[in-house]
Design a protein around this ligand. Structure first.
Ligand code: ADP
Length: 264
């Protein structure tokens, strides 16, 4: 089984204050997925991020830090509704291209504790995969037993599913070529780290420590920490640039592509 996470940064206009889909990229990416899917001999689960459908409203309302008034309950509900809207658009594109993409709202069964995913029912997801569907989950605001609400990101869902359903690999498609020695959008001298292993993990954490507050989830540092944990259990993880033609498709087909491999 392969788990593909599509970053909110590549399917939405991430810097927009209003929810805005990047239809051009979404069309190309869903075409690549559909083309690969027809040739793949593996099962597939897709996750997508929220980009401008999630980060602006969450930052504005503060619901990722918990709920302290009734107004925030409305914000919680509206944030979820917006994610469903984006998911309807993403699954709509996949279905149009022949992928049996079935929407799955993780927050219907997920329980968080201080921002960490504690439990989530994966039996239906497994059943969907077994009968040949492609579940499509997405980052959501979720019930939190301590702070009432926190954000369950696609980055957290991916390793949870990999662990519970036994995925062979996790592919993270984002808007840069992989993990660099510094933020490649700010530092021209940043170098791509082709492999993250036990030997350089601490150093990589240092490279990324400044990037943890890029959004309301944990940005690249959060991704790498989650992937390192799951890689230790034998799942191969790769972070690649989903904006570059062919990389998602080739990675789904098991071909080697430019990116960062996390392997322990
Ligand atoms: P997504 O929305 O695709 O899940 P994020 O926005 O959470 O992705 O993280 C991707 C961003 O992380 C990139 O656009 C990049 O600018 C930033 N970033 C910061 N530091 C680094 C680094 N050392 N290597 C790679 N990307 C980095």
């Amino acid at each position: 089984m392969i788990i593909l996470k599509i970053g909110g940064s590549i399917i939405t206009e991430k810097s927009s204050d209003e929810p805005k889909v990047n239809y051009e990229q979404l069309d190309r990416i869903t075409t690549e997925i559909a083309e690969a899917y027809k040739k793949m001999d593996k099962k597939l689960i897709i996750l997508h991020g929220a980009g401008s459908y999630g980060h602006p409203i969450v930052k504005r309302t503060g619901i990722h830090m918990g709920i302290s008034n009734n107004k925030q309950l409305v914000d919680f509900a509206e944030t979820q509704r917006l994610q469903n809207e984006l998911n309807t658009i993403v699954t709509g594109e996949l279905i149009k291209k022949g992928v049996p993409a079935i929407p799955v709202q993780a927050s219907a069964t997920a329980i968080m504790k201080n921002g960490k995913l504690i439990s989530m029912d994966t039996s239906v997801i497994k059943g969907f995969v077994d009968i040949g569907l492609v579940p499509v989950l997405y980052g959501v605001p979720a019930y939190d037993s301590e702070q009432k609400c926190s954000i369950l990101s696609g980055d957290q869902i991916a390793p949870f599913l990999a662990k519970n359903l036994g995925a062979d690999s996790i592919i993270h498609a984002t808007d840069v070529d992989g993990i660099f020695t510094a933020n490649p959008k700010e530092d021209k001298n940043a170098k791509l780290i082709e492999k993250i292993t036990n030997e350089n993990l601490t150093q990589v954490k240092n490279y990324l420590s400044g990037s943890s507050h890029t959004d309301v989830t944990s940005g690249m540092l959060g991704k790498v920490m989650e992937l390192a944990n799951i890689a230790k259990e034998g799942t191969k993880c790769v972070i690649l640039n989903g904006l570059k033609q062919g990389r998602i498709k080739n990675a789904l087909l098991g071909k080697q592509v430019t990116g960062t491999v996390v392997e322990f």
